[in-house]
Design a protein around this ligand. Structure first.
Ligand SMILES: O=C(O)C(=O)C[C@]1(C(=O)O)C=C[C@@H](O)C=C1
Length: 380
C-alpha cells in the first residue's frame, strides 16, 4: 500500500530530502543577479497582476510582456478572489510547466502565476485563489524539498495530485544557432533533468525561478549567446525558436504535482484514495524499518522507495513522508496508522499530519465552482 517514502531534515533551512528514484545529482546553480529579487518585494497591488509596467521588462521590452505579473506576497493582503471561475495558483510565469499542470487538473480554470511557492500557499490561505498546484517530485530530479517544507508550515490540505510528462526544449532567439550558445538558463530541476544533454553540448548553466521565466528573460534581453530550457508553449508565448526538442535525459520524465485547498476532502471508499502521512521517529537502528513493517500493509511485497542520508544524522531531526494507497475510511488504513502510533512500539514520536485525497475523481467542490466539467480527469 505504501508508494513513496522520503526523509526530510528539519529545520527547514537545512532541508536535504531526497527520493532515491535516480542517481542524478542536481546541477549546482547560481542565481542570476540581474534578476530583481522578488522574495523581499512586498509592495505591489493585485491590480499590477495585469499591469505591463514591469521594471526589468519594460526597459527592454518587445511584445512578450503583456502577461499577468506573478502574484507576490504583498498582493496577498490587498486583493480578493472574485469567485467567478476556479482560480488556481502556480509558481512561475506564463508557460511554466506548473501552469500546464494546473490546466491539466482543472481545464476551465483561471491560472494565477505566483512569484514564489510560498506566495501560492498564501494565495489559497487568503482566499485569493481556490487551489494551488505545486510540484512535489520529479522522476529524474527527485523531491522538490521546498514544497515538502511549506506543506508543514502552512495549513492547506492535499486534495489531489496531477502528473505531467515534462518534455524540455532548448530554445533561443530567432537567428541564434546552437553553436552561438555558451550558456543556458532554466529552473534547477529542469537543468538537472537535462544534465547529460547540456554537458554534451557544452553549455554553462544558470538557475532561475522557473523555466518560462528563463525563456522570457532570453527573449526580453534579446540574448544571442544564451538559450533556455523550457516548454514548447513557453517558446511560443515568448516568440523563441526551438533548437532541440525532448532534451531531457530520459524520455519518461514525469513531474508529480500536488493540488492544495483550504478544506480537506472527506475520506471515502468509492474511489481510489491516497493518504499522505508525515511523522517523526525516535533515533535508533532499524526504527524506520519497524515503523513501516506494518502487518496490515496489503502490498507488503512491494518495495518501498526510501531515501536515507548517512551524514551526521545525529545532528538533525528527520521527518518521514509516506504515501499509501488507501483511504482513512478503510479499516486497513486505520490499522496501519494505529500500528504506527502504538504506544507499545514507542519509536514514533508524533504523526504531524495526514492528508487524504482521491486519485480517481475530480474534487467535487471544484466541479461546483467550475460548472459542468464532468469529463475532467485529474489523473494521467
Ligand atoms: O519551471 C517550471 O516551469 C516549473 O513549473 C517548475 C518545475 C519544478 O519545480 O520541478 C516543474 C516541472 C519540471 O520538473 C521543471 C520545473
Amino acid at each position: 500500500m505504501a508508494t513513496a517514502t522520503s526523509i526530510v531534515r528539519s529545520p527547514a533551512a537545512l532541508l536535504f530530502a531526497k527520493v532515491t528514484v535516480s542517481d542524478h545529482k542536481p546541477t549546482p546553480t547560481i542565481q542570476i543577479s540581474r534578476f530583481p529579487s522578488k522574495r523581499s518585494c512586498f509592495t505591489a497591488l493585485l491590480s499590477s497582476l495585469h499591469d505591463n509596467n514591469d521594471d526589468d521588462d519594460n526597459n527592454n521590452n518587445n511584445n512578450v510582456i503583456s502577461h499577468p505579473k506573478p502574484l507576490s506576497s504583498s498582493q496577498l493582503f490587498n486583493s480578493v478572489s472574485n469567485g467567478s471561475r476556479l482560480r488556481v495558483a502556480y509558481q512561475g510565469v506564463r508557460g511554466a510547466y506548473s501552469e500546464a499542470a494546473a490546466e491539466k487538473a482543472y481545464p476551465n480554470c483561471e491560472t494565477v502565476p505566483c512569484d514564489q511557492f510560498d506566495s501560492a500557499f498564501q494565495a489559497v490561505e487568503k482566499w485569493l485563489v481556490d487551489r494551488a498546484v505545486l510540484p512535489i517530485e520529479n522522476s529524474l530530479g527527485g523531491s522538490i524539498h521546498r514544497n515538502y517544507d511549506l506543506l508543514l508550515r502552512h495549513s492547506l490540505h492535499i486534495v489531489g495530485e496531477v502528473k505531467l510528462a515534462v518534455q524540455h526544449c532548448l530554445v533561443a532567439n530567432h537567428g541564434v544557432q546552437l553553436e552561438d550558445l555558451s550558456r543556458v538558463l532554466s529552473h534547477p530541476q529542469a537543468l538537472a533533468q537535462c544534465e547529460n544533454t547540456l554537458t554534451k553540448i557544452g553549455l554553462s548553466r544558470e538557475a532561475v525561478d522557473d523555466t518560462a521565466l528563463a525563456a522570457k528573460h532570453v527573449a526580453l534581453h534579446k540574448l544571442k549567446d544564451t538559450g533556455a530550457v523550457a516548454s514548447s508553449s513557453a517558446a511560443k508565448i515568448y516568440g523563441l525558436n526551438i533548437l532541440a526538442q525532448n532534451i531531457q535525459d530520459d524520455c519518461d520524465n514525469v513531474t508529480r504535482f500536488l493540488i492544495l485547498a483550504r478544506e480537506p476532502i472527506i475520506p471515502g471508499i468509492q474511489n481510489p484514495f491516497k493518504t499522505s502521512i508525515v511523522f517523526s521517529l525516535e533515533e535508533g537502528p532499524g526504527v524506520l524499518f519497524k515503523a513501516l513493517a506494518i502487518e496490515s500493509r496489503p502490498l507488503r511485497n512491494q518495495p518501498l522507495r526510501a531515501a536515507d542520508d548517512n551524514n551526521g544524522s545525529k545532528y538533525f531531526d528527520y521527518l518521514f513522508y509516506v504515501d499509501f494507497e488507501a483511504s482513512m475510511a478503510e479499516e486497513r488504513a486505520q490499522n496501519a496508522l494505529r500500528h504506527l502510533k502504538d504506544p507499545g512500539r514507542v519509536f514514533v514520536i508524533e504523526i504531524r499530519h495526514w492528508f487524504g485525497f482521491e486519485t480517481a475523481a475530480v474534487d467535487s467542490q471544484a466541479i461546483a465552482l467550475q460548472g459542468n466539467v464532468g469529463n475532467v480527469s485529474l489523473w494521467l
